[in-house]
Design a protein around this ligand. Structure first.
Ligand SMILES: [Zn+2]
Length: 211
């Protein structure tokens, strides 16, 4: 079994798209500042609309990122057919319900059927979908689906563990509300032992929430 760990959240600024309407974002942020009773002209806020617009260009770059540019021919033919696991991929996303961050870790496994992808590409695939307005369940599914479509593997599994600021800061304020989602295809869905091998590797005794 191949077992690799990633700590960093790889992000390639060259892939950040230019399609966001920055002047529109700046105007909207100025309106929000006024609407909450602030003075957009005071020193600390004067450049906030421009900063927020630049921030969204980065945090939402996934909309304008071409998956082919990420993969960039890093798919290789191999005879290897053991489970490949990439765990603890750090990610940051924005929930589409509140536009507040949710963040955590993604664990990915697949069993090749003749093709593997360069290992540095998997965190980039995660970022492709994390850097959008998201719900955790959809992000989990999108990562699994793209790997399935790219590699046609015997199986692919994705588990996402995340903390949602919209749950932690608002309402009932559950400060440790950790949400786990998973998406399984092929052998991971069909074969309990395969699924169990992956879940044990990423340190979960029991099956996480299925979606
Ligand atoms: Zn939310």
């Amino acid at each position: 079994m191949e077992h690799l760990e990633f700590d960093d959240n790889i992000y390639d600024e060259r892939l950040a798209g230019g399609k966001l309407d920055s002047p529109e974002i700046e105007a909207a942020v100025t309106r929000i500042l006024k609407a909450v009773g602030e003075d957009p002209e005071r020193d600390g806020l004067k450049r906030t609309p421009a900063r927020v617009a630049r921030m969204y260009a980065e945090l939402l770059a996934g909309y304008n990122t071409d998956p082919n540019a990420i993969i960039n021919d890093a798919i290789f033919e191999v005879k290897y057919d053991e489970m490949v696991i990439v765990r603890d991929i750090e990610f940051y996303s924005l929930c589409e319900h509140h536009m507040l961050p949710f963040m955590g870790r993604v664990h990915v496994a697949y069993i090749p059927r003749g093709k593997v992808v360069g290992l540095s590409k998997i965190p980039r695939i995660v970022d492709l979908y994390a850097r959008r307005l998201q719900v955790q369940e959809r992000m989990t599914r999108q990562v699994a689906d793209l790997i399935r479509d790219l590699l046609d593997p015997q199986g692919v599994a994705v588990v996402v563990e995340a903390l949602h600021l919209c749950m932690m800061m608002r309402g009932v304020q559950k400060h440790n509300a950790r949400m786990t989602t998973s998406a399984m295809h092929g052998a991971f869905r069909a074969n309990l032992a395969t699924r169990q091998e992956f879940l044990e590797n990423i340190g979960r005794e029991t099956s996480p929430l299925k979606i």
